[in-house]
Design a protein around this ligand. Sequence first.
Ligand SMILES: *Cc1c(COP(=O)(O)O)cnc(C)c1O
Length: 402
Amino acid sequence: MTMQAYIDEAEKNLLHTYNRYQVVFEKGDGVYLYDMEGTKYLDFVSGIAVFALGYHNQEYNDALKEQIDKIIHTSNYYYNLPAIEAAKKLKEISGMDRVFFTNSGAEAIEGAIKTARKYAYLKDGTTDHEIIAMHHSFHGRTMGALSVTGNPHYREAFEPMIGNIRFANLNDYESVLSQVTDKTCAILFETVQGEGGIYPATEEFMRKVRALCDERDILLMLDEIQCGMGRTGTMYAWQRFGVKPDVMTTAKALGCGVPVGAFLMTERVGANSLAAGDHGTTYGGNPLACAAVCKVIELFEKENVLANVERVGAYLAGRLEELVAEFDCVTERRGVGLLQGLVFDRPVGDIIKRAMDKGLVLINAGTDIIRFVPPLIITEKHVDDMTAVLRACIREIEGEQK
Ligand SMILES: *Cc1c(COP(=O)(O)O)cnc(C)c1O
């Protein structure tokens, strides 16, 4: 069968929830993907900030194979060695105290919401507490996660959402303050908004919200699902500011491809929120997923991933700034480390398609922004190769416009 025949087959059977690019990827190696016809692509998406270590990392692959031969799944009613080890390692890199493993990012957000509600319920015995989330945020597609996602377009057809959610603006402390009531139990935001357009929280905003939370006994909940796991140069983005959350979510690169996420909290919140019987999951933190988490954290250290992100992230930002200076249609660069966005004065779909045709995988964040979330092991050379192709694509569209 040809690649097109496989795509047609897929379109006959899968639910049409994605407008997919017309390509079937078959394998990967480092920062390169190969489609089933053998065409090679430079990948600046890494499965949307997931495959941080690059494809086909032999040590990672071997660790998974070894775990498969031992045991893939038990149940959270029993202990298993990979989960014990993964929780310990995750605590070390996050500085948090208590871990609950999930299967996805959205499920981690659900857990965080339940944690906040239970924490507030135990304080006053009432159940109408409120959570403040941010406009332009993205927290996932399940009903709870959607309820705190500040994008009306994603929510409209699925109303009513879970209740008592208020929205404020990231980096606008006054807007947060204006939404606080006696019922506020949590303030939730992404330390760097990903999907919403690569907007980093400022240190000033983080510090003020932290102080507000301390004063009113409100939980600060940070979504580090996309910006965490080394992507901004520290294991978690909030560590750059030294503003510690009470509850934190992580997923995406946590298992580097094996579906796994987690929500974490401080000892104080752990002791005053979810208890036995309050929450559960069949698969969450199973031995295979946790073997992946253990190996990922180990390889981050061994391969000096954070230092690479600092160096190559700064280099990428510099090259993107050159494009801002060079082209009228490129208006701004935003981002931290290897989570960067390039803002255009028009929709970027056409540019991304052209890049794909030239063997470069890119993705958008919103309609007008190209998002750069490559594997964290990329080098300056890969950045140069990427910018050369991107520059050619921008020249093409500017040429056609004249
Ligand atoms: C991707 C993402 C989610 C949702 O994660 P899933 O694994 O797709 O459910 C939540 N929050 C942020 C910031 C994300 O980037």
